[in-house]
Design a protein around this ligand. Structure first.
Ligand code: GRF
Length: 196
């Protein structure tokens, strides 16, 4: 069985979309894959309750309890690897996980670490992507699923979706249009990875 661990920091709507697709799409029987755990760096992340309602194991590794990034990332990796009998989950999925990861962490999960970013990369890496797209006068925006490399919001692109920017858009209205596409492309990109 391929074990998938999902990392979140907040609402967890992408995580919920992945869980829903995994259930509806029969990933356990068709892809020999299961969502083994959902881990948050924030104890109050709303997504934790969603995962628990779905009978998925949850854990919190609170970044504020660690002196530096290396120590946090080591504890996080231990919490992740515990959810696979061989200590090697097939996939670690960043789904609204708002921490910059150390090169050591990224190297440990090389080839097994994916992220979704709310822009059409390579445009608008980092934060506040929707407001920046509006400020730049962009006519389209979107989201990107990509493999994670040591460089922030970089790495080979696995999937993208574009949406129009409308004249009366705010960052919030644009974010809502983009996130509904995220919920479509992220589960599909993960299923595609699991097939290979
Ligand atoms: C998404 O827009 C994702 O692309 C970004 O943060 C947001 C997380 O939303 N990294 P959610 O926690 O999945 O609801």
């Amino acid at each position: 069985m391929k074990n998938i661990v999902i990392l979140i920091s907040g609402a967890g709507s992408n995580m919920a979309a992945i869980v829903r697709t995994a259930r509806l799409g029969g990933w356990e029987s068709r892809l020999q894959a299961r969502i083994a755990a959902v881990i948050s760096n924030r104890p109050q992340a709303a997504g934790l309750a969603i995962a628990q309602q779905q009978d998925i194991a949850t854990a919190v590794v609170d970044h504020r309890s660690f002196a530096d990034r290396e120590q946090f990332d080591q504890a996080l990796a231990q919490a992740i690897d515990r959810h696979d009998p061989l200590g090697r989950p097939a996939l670690v999925v960043l789904a609204g996980f708002m921490r910059v990861l150390t090169p050591g962490f990224v190297a440990h999960y090389e080839g097994r670490l994916v992220n979704i970013h709310p822009s059409l990369l390579p445009a608008f890496t980092g934060l506040h992507t929707h407001q920046r797209a509006l400020d730049a006068g962009c006519r389209v925006a979107g989201a990107t699923v990509h493999r994670v490399t040591a460089e922030l919001d970089n790495g080979p692109i696995l999937a993208q979706a574009a949406v129009p920017i409308l004249v009366d858009d705010t960052a919030d209205s644009l974010a809502a249009r983009v996130v509904s596409q995220e919920h479509r492309i992220y589960p599909a990109a993960i299923a595609e990875l699991l097939r290979h």
